[in-house]
Design a protein. Sequence first.
Length: 180
Amino acid sequence: MMWHNGAESFGIVSRALHWAVALMVLVMLSLGLRISSMEPGLANLWLYSLHKSLGLVTLGLMVVRVVWHVISPPPRPMGGGWQAVLARWVHRGIYALMFAIPLSGWGASSATGIEVMVFDRWVVPAIAPVSALWEERGFALHDVLGKVLMAVIALHMAAALKREMEGDGTLTRMIRGRAR
């Protein structure tokens, strides 16, 4: 089992981080869509807390992922031309969104003046001043970026499936580590 990435392959650490973040994102987007349609109340407050906690865990996983990619750079996208360029930009967009979304949620939550807690146990420092304007704009940004992420993920998944059906091994490489 290869821990580090190779020139043409993903190591187990990169693959585990990829799929862990993917699972967290699907849970977070589903939960976010659910709570966005709810009126906050005592009966559902735990869902908001869970969303914040999992968002901060996802942010932490993304930090680990970036550090790991510095230690063990990922292989270049398969193929070449415009598809490789587009794949690189889509990945950059996903990474940017995966930092911007939890940070905007953390900032907006901080702006409410209510402590932001992880799993109702640890208080994280506020990263925005208490402000109705910061709260409103922060949550609006959080919502818009979440919707953009859904679109970019749909593009990412469609491209991976298309390329896999064409037989280039892109998806197989993220599952097994190597294309063939």
